[in-house]
Design a protein around this ligand. Structure first.
Ligand SMILES: [Zn+2]
Length: 139
């Protein structure tokens, strides 16, 4: 199962380094897929959204705040950007996500981006080496 449950687990996955995930509103069926990549020092995270077949950059997470930058290739009035902005704010504030919102990883390790093939790894969202590093606090 690719579903990620719980604010802390979701936030950890988003910030894991090379995470691809989909958020879905089970009432409306609306869904958006994002790719969040940490810079080398894990100080800034670059956020991209899947538009058609391509991921397009639209902002950063920096000091736990999401913001758009001049280089954003998706405008702020689009649902894909508004949804992420709201989603991140909920996670950052520790506010519970509504039950109608589900978060799925895309079968790739959230930390290194490699494809997951072992069922236990798919459940966890991380490969065996990466989950050990994360559990050891070496994120
Ligand atoms: Zn990994």
């Amino acid at each position: 199962m690719n579903k990620i449950v719980g604010n802390e687990m979701i936030k950890q996955f988003v910030l894991a380094g090379k995470s691809t995930f989909t958020i879905r509103n089970i009432k409306t069926g609306n869904r958006f897929t994002y790719y969040v990549q940490a810079n080398h020092d894990r100080v800034v995270w670059f956020v991209k959204g899947l538009v058609g077949p391509n991921y397009k950059y639209f902002g950063t997470i920096f000091y736990n705040g999401f913001r758009q930058t001049k280089k954003s290739r998706i405008t702020s009035n689009t649902t894909i950007v508004k949804a992420f902005s709201w989603f991140w704010k909920q996670l950052h504030l520790g506010s519970p996500l509504p039950a109608k919102l589900e978060v799925y990883h895309e079968g790739m390790c959230g930390r290194c981006g490699r494809r997951l093939t072992v069922p236990e790894s798919i459940d966890a969202g991380y490969g065996p080496i990466c989950i050990k590093l994360i559990n050891d606090g070496q994120v």
